[in-house]
Design a binder for this molecule. Structure first.
Ligand SMILES: [Zn+2]
Length: 474
């Protein structure tokens, strides 16, 4: 099975061949932890989850690395640090904000049955690595210091624009409009920001007493630490291609002088809500936890996999209803297969099932064409139901069909009830202790433990006549 992947760098589907044997190093841009995880994130991370699962299914050994931006990501309009801005509004410390939203992000992605990345790296844990990289870039004469800040000199890096295919004038037009007298050129970007005039999170550096890193440098410092000078796949949403990923290439290649930094650039398409761009200002911003109140994780995952990852994906209730019915159909079919094992027929359909298996895998190998793979998946479901109606499925067919539905459904996490969302460690014990306290009438202690569950684990419990029910707090 040969996998082909679309590479944004060459704008072509390329044969996938890792740098080293069957080992795959994959970095995906993580979230900036200043707000709840939204549907755009769900789309992006669900795709990379399926990609990782499929690579592992195909025999690759994948190391999946994701960063977390808890400092240095500035707003488009005013150039304020997003986490710090939120902290000021809520009168909290920026790290309190970051911890809170990172926890919420992990809860939301766990509920979507996303595999946790092998390494989750928070920018603030890598300040020494970041400073060291900035020093190397200065030493290699690709950056300059001005008023305690450090800027990458885009004019020195001739390849700047090679990913987004922008020419110098477009690069300038795309740079954030700001009054910054320190920069030599508007397209130069910040590696280190002098913050002696005020920023709660800060570190001393060779350039100023108090400052913090720019957003782009965090990713490369983290990736260089874990993956060294080159790696296989860099992922993220398409809107990150410029300037974020363009800047990453410039920084990494200016540091190591080894090209290419990344072999395959893989980007996911936009998410729209009823064909409109999702934006807080438009009031159509949908958080994952709100979508999960209305739809099961399997329904959301099936809806996401129904579109090709590079195409725009639209959230609308009609498509979600279609996805819900399909999940229901998988569930019903699996139920029918399990009931039929004792009364299997004689006729064999195994060659048809095997062909559909092959078609499915061919579609996945063709740039992870999940909509086409799903078409084949549902052809199998239809075949199974037809043969079961006629009682023409042999025992072997039943086994092969059941295995195929489970095995492929697992790649998208669309099979209902395959994974239970688990309580955080320690929470179960606390719930049991609380039950014991209630039994002996110690309601004050029980209430204390209820609060502790919420504060420590983000778990809300409800006493019902069927026993204690729990869910994650929102
Ligand atoms: Zn990034």
């Amino acid at each position: 099975m040969t996998l082909r992947l679309f590479n944004t760098m060459t704008k072509k589907k390329e044969l996938f061949k890792p740098l080293k044997g069957k080992q795959v190093k994959m970095f995906v841009c993580g979230v900036t932890v200043y707000d709840y995880t939204h549907l755009g994130h769900a789309r992006t991370y669900s795709f990379y989850d399926t990609l990782v699962r499929f690579l592992r299914y195909s025999g690759y050994k994948v190391t999946y690395l994701q960063n977390v931006t808890d400092v240095g990501h500035l707003t488009e309009d005013t150039g304020e640090d997003k986490v710090e801005k939120k902290a000021k509004t809520e009168k909290k410390h920026p790290l309190e904000i970051a911890n809170f939203y990172l926890e919420k992000h992990l809860q939301a992605t766990d509920r979507l049955n996303l595999l946790r990345p092998d390494i989750i790296a928070r920018a603030t844990d890598y300040i020494p690595e970041i400073i060291k990289q900035v020093q190397t870039i200065i030493k290699n004469e690709y950056a300059y210091v001005a008023n305690g800040s450090v800027y990458f000199d885009v004019s020195k890096f001739k390849d700047y624009g090679k990913l987004s295919k922008k020419v110098p004038d477009e690069l300038k037009a795309g740079a954030r409009v700001e009054i910054n007298l320190d920069k030599t050129d508007p397209s130069d970007f910040t590696l280190w920001i002098n913050a002696t005039r005020g920023h709660i999170l800060g570190w001393s550096s060779p350039w100023s007493e108090w400052g913090y890193p720019g957003w782009h440098i965090e990713d490369t410092a983290i990736a260089l630490k874990y993956f060294s000078s080159q790696y296989d796949i860099h992922g993220g949403a398409i809107e990150l291609a410029f300037p974020h990923h363009e800047a990453e290439i410039a920084q990494a290649e200016a540091t190591t002088k080894i090209k290419p930094y990344v072999k395959y650039w893989v980007h996911t398409g936009l998410l729209t809500i009823n064909k409109q761009k999702m934006a807080k200002s438009l009031g159509n911003f949908i958080r994952v936890i709100d979508a999960l109140d209305k739809h099961s994780p399997e329904t959301l995952r099936l809806w996401i996999a129904s579109s090709h990852y590079r195409k725009p994906l639209d959230y609308n209730e009609k498509d979600l209803e279609v996805a819900r019915r399909k999940v229901e159909k998988i569930r019903t079919t699996l139920g029918r297969i399990r009931e039929s094992h004792n009364k299997a027929g004689k006729k064999s359909s195994s060659s048809k099932i095997k062909r559909l298996r092959k078609d499915f895998l061919d579609a996945m190998s063709d740039d992870i064409n999940t909509p086409f793979a799903l078409t084949k998946y549902f052809e199998l479901i239809t075949l199974v139901n037809k043969q079961l109606d006629k009682n023409q499925f042999s025992k072997n067919d039943l086994k092969l069909a059941e295995e195929t539905i489970a095995e492929f459904g697992d790649l998208f996490q669309i099979i209902p009830l395959t994974k239970k969302i688990e309580l955080p460690k320690g929470a179960l014990g606390l719930i049991k202790k609380r039950e014991a306290a209630r039994k002996i009438g110690d309601f004050a202690r029980a209430d204390e433990m209820r609060n502790e569950l919420k504060e420590k684990y983000g778990v809300v419990i409800e006493d019902t006549k069927d026993g204690v029910k729990w869910k994650f707090a929102q």
